[in-house]
Design a protein around this ligand. Sequence first.
Ligand code: UFG
Length: 327
Amino acid sequence: MAHVLVTGGAGYIGSHACKALKQAGFTPVVYDNLVTGWKDAVKFGPFEQGDLNDRVRLDQVFAKYQPTAVMHFAALSQVGEAMSQPGRYWANNVGGSLNLIEASVAAGVTDFVFSSTCATYGEHDNVVLDENTPQLPLNAYGASKRAVEDILTDFEAAHGLLSVVFRYFNVAGADPEAEVGEFHRPETHLVPLVLDAIDGKHDSLTIFGTDYDTPDGTCIRDYVHVCDLVDAHVLGLKWLQDGKGSRVFNLGTGTGFSVREVMDKAAVVTGKDVPCNTGARRAGDCTKLVSGSTRAASELGWEPRRSTLETMIHDAWKWHKTGHYEA
Ligand code: UFG
């Protein structure tokens, strides 16, 4: 079976991608430094511990497995942290990705799938966010991902490296079989924090800002189920293997939900109240991020199957109650 190198394969999205790749007949080789990932999440193929900035280690792993493609998830991904520690984002997300891209080219890999973000778009009032929307990121996280997109463009021109770039909206949910799921330490994402508040793992959820220009004053995001998201990655890999060339795709459902709507749905799904309080806006947050593109559906044939808010929270709640990784 063809090997696919999966950087960040011990993390939330990467681990789900490994399951999807294995189900599609590939062998996912996880390359992860375990700074934010979990060894217990590596269940679907071999594990090689290493850092993106360690070129010698990367070259060893490429030589050992001779992957035909790379799926690159490994990144720091917290907007708040990116505001206070931008240097880490440039060094890890940009420097590390450049190193990986150079190692990929040196190893003769031509197919590269990259995990980018709608945070590259920044704030656009009343604009439908599609792949042609100008990328004006508000934070170093989005800026670092946009920079890697630029690197990929240059490496295609110079070295023929082909890439599928996915700009994610907000990823939520978990494997319905709860083999893998979302587990960050510290946790900063809305859905797991809502579930933590519901079962008393912390006192209450703080809503970051209630004075946004939205119907209920809280931020609006486009939530997509992690299993649907990784299905798109497998389709993206096949797209490249079929010789269809480099392409950028938004991955979102086109429907936005406010922070309060997420909390209300979590209360319905779990049958429990969400203890909450209101706080100040979080630096770097956009008012509204909702995809306005159908390109992934029309060109890749992507059909989200689990991305209703109810199913995402249901699957996340199942994982929350049954799943965990050891440190
Ligand atoms: N929020 C709260 N309280 C919390 C946590 C979050 O009110 O305790 C709010 C945020 O302010 C935001 C929304 O819930 O309005 C979603 O926040 P998340 O932290 O879950 O997600 P972000 O939108 O900040 O960022 C996520 C990923 C990024 C990705 C981005 C794209 O972390 O990697 O989605 O929108 F780029």
